[in-house]
Design a protein around this ligand. Structure first.
Ligand code: ARG
Length: 380
């Protein structure tokens, strides 16, 4: 029963692949896959199928505004790697390849899943590059508040941060059923952009920065019924992700109040629109700094236009775009953007990237459960 449904999913994907890629041999391939499923309970995608499936997963990502470029995704088939050390070294290659000194390349790396034998990997970090967060004894916050719990977990494994606002977290990798291992990411693999403002020299005294490449590493890729829980992928940043959310959100770096003070705005009255003004200055700084350093970043106006172009292209191919409005519409100047004035269906198509339970939370739960065995419940 289960296997016939796997075959159905394989068939749906392969139909798709052969019709869009115009390759020949669908019947033959379907027979091979069916035989493989009957023999082994599962099947392996070819490297070409994987590459096509990865691109489709991006094209089908309802929350992604950057999908115009789905065909350009570079897919690295790394299913043959068998050790955690190899996966780490390869993830560093992914970073270097994707970063390309600022000329960012959209890249997906796919690591082994259970179809490759007994080595399934997980990367425990949300992204390959992210900053640590600390809640200090005096109640102050340092770094990225969104990383506080994960940072504590890294510390419990023996990692020590420098204690700055922008400490690189270590990369945590696990081979199924084995202990988690952590690795220090070499600084030279990480392109950082220090923020300055074209008109306000004081801006650099705020000592703000962000990294160039967001590589999502905790989502599960699914193609033709096969799951890849370790498949990090990246595009380039859109301005508002960094300026409006990461550095601006109250629950993240919360830097609008200091910027407003420097601008001498009246922060006691929301009606002074100090948040709106500070947000604009922060956006100018991010845009200017990335440009000055030659790092690709798209502003929300261009990204909105590109998405509408994507919709046009899809419609011309007879495909209906699926999109999640609340994620598609950027969080600044929303009503000035074309995407604000559109609606889409929001059905989830396959292949796609899916959320999965955070691996480090699971691992931590298990280790707490085992370390308590035999202990008096009041001693822990
Ligand atoms: N919003 C996330 C961040 O700020 C990154 C999500 C992916 N973004 C992208 N442009 N590919 O880190």
């Amino acid at each position: 029963m289960r296997n016939s449904s796997l075959f159905d999913q394989a068939q749906a994907f392969l139909n798709h692949y052969y019709s869009e890629s115009k390759e020949l041999g669908l019947e033959n391939r379907l027979e091979l896959v069916q035989a493989e499923i009957e023999r082994t309970g599962t099947y392996r995608l070819t490297t070409k199928e994987l590459a096509f499936g990865g691109k489709l997963a991006w094209r089908n990502s309802n929350r992604c505004l950057g999908r115009l470029f789905w065909k350009t995704l570079k897919v690295r088939d790394r299913r043959s790697l068998t050790t955690v050390e190899e996966v780490f070294a390869d993830a560093m290659e992914h970073l270097e390849f994707a970063t390309q000194g600022g000329k960012i390349r959209s890249t997906l790396s796919v690591y082994a899943t259970k179809e490759e034998g007994n080595c399934q990997f997980r990367i425990l970090n949300k992204q390959l590059i992210r900053f640590a967060g600390y809640s200090l004894p005096n109640g102050e916050l340092l770094g990225d508040p969104d990383s506080i719990e994960f940072t504590k977990y890294c510390q419990s494994l023996g990692w020590k941060g420098k204690g700055t606002n922008f400490d690189l977290l270590p990369l945590l990798i696990q081979r199924k059923e084995e202990p988690v291992q952590w690795f220090t990411i070499p600084e030279d693999k990480v392109l950082r952009v220090n923020l300055t403002h074209p008109d306000y020299p004081w801006f650099q005294e705020l000592e703000l920065q962000w990294y160039a490449v967001p590589v999502i590493s905790d989502m599960r890729l699914e193609i033709g019924g096969i799951s890849f829980p370790c498949a990090p992928f990246n595009g380039w940043y859109m301005l508002t992700e960094i300026a409006a959310r990461n550095l601006g959100d109250v629950g993240r770096y919360n830097r609008l109040p200091v910027i407003a003070k420097k601008l001498k705005l009246n922060t006691r009255q929301v009606k002074s629109l100090w948040k709106d003004k500070a947000l604009l200055v922060l956006q100018e700084a991010v845009l200017h700094s990335f440009q000055a350093q030659g790092v690709v970043l798209v502003d929300h106006h261009t990204a909105s236009d590109q998405f509408l172009e994507f919709c046009k292209q899809e419609e011309s191919k007879g495909r209906k775009v699926q999109a999640d409005w609340a994620w598609i519409v950027p969080p600044a100047a929303s009503s000035t953007l074309g995407v604000f004035h559109q609606e889409w269906d929001n059905q989830v198509l396959s292949p796609n990237f899916y959320y999965q339970p955070a691996a480090w939370v699971e691992v931590e739960k298990e280790s707490k459960a085992t370390s308590r065995v035999g202990l008096c419940p009041f001693s822990v």
